[in-house]
Design a binder for this molecule. Sequence first.
Ligand code: ATP
Ligand SMILES: Nc1ccn([C@@H]2O[C@H](COP(=O)(O)O)[C@@H](O)[C@H]2O)c(=O)n1
Ligand code: MG
Length: 210
Amino acid sequence: MGTAVESANKLQEVNGSVAVKNPTVVFVLGGPGSGKGTQCANIVEHFGYTHLSAGDLLRAEIKSGSENGTMIQNMIKEGKIVPSEVTIKLLQRAMQENGNDKFLIDGFPRNEENRAAFEEVTKIEPAFVLFFDCSEEEMERRLLSRNQGREDDNIETIRKRFKVFLESSLPVIEHYTARGKVRKIDAGKSVEEVFESVKAVFTPKEEKAD
Ligand SMILES: Nc1ncnc2c1ncn2[C@@H]1O[C@H](COP(=O)(O)OP(=O)(O)OP(=O)(O)O)[C@@H](O)[C@H]1O
Ligand SMILES: Nc1ccn([C@@H]2O[C@H](COP(=O)(O)O)[C@@H](O)[C@H]2O)c(=O)n1
Ligand SMILES: [Mg+2]
């Protein structure tokens, strides 16, 4: 716990609302259906982060009737990546509206444009990148039985999403690997086993020694 003065110093005003300066950000990446959302829910419960899923924010934007709604809906149906300025605005707004100082940003950055634009606009560097590594066969099985009514959970769009992941998202993971920031998790195991590996990443070293 910091002092009241330290707490006040952590706050800044952005677009009229008070946001936490220099929040801790963990990017959560992995192919479609690798289990990012499932594990983020566990991390929130155990480690006090706020979960922001870029895909969920984009889907909420469609539902809100925003002027970008139709464009976003078409991009999602095709498994394509929405222009960074749209997604970054949604992420920034969500971070500002939330008082927490640590965020899991799930499904972002999805390509080099996302990555460079986020860095440029927010000046935030991730603390690390959690990468859920899973085979396409397993991810396809999971997506086809997800049953959440998502318009992109059909085999045609799933194949397009896999292609985009390989061509555009893996280079982002390589970028952070070269900088020593990637914590790779074998995501092909059960939810409980995967979370055991995730916990080891989030547990401070001194606690692990106990
Ligand atoms: N380790 C696991 N073993 C089996 N099923 C899993 C596992 N993790 C998640 N699932 C299931 O797989 C489906 C996809 O998981 P989830 O929504 O967490 O993936 P995601 O990476 O967020 O996918 P997307 O990128 O499409 O949003 C869900 O139905 C979830 O319950
Ligand atoms: N940075 C992002 C994240 C997502 N999208 C679009 O949303 C779709 C669903 O994303 P999930 O993470 O929920 O699977 C994704 O296929 C993209 O169409 C995006 O454009 N940019
Ligand atoms: Mg998800």
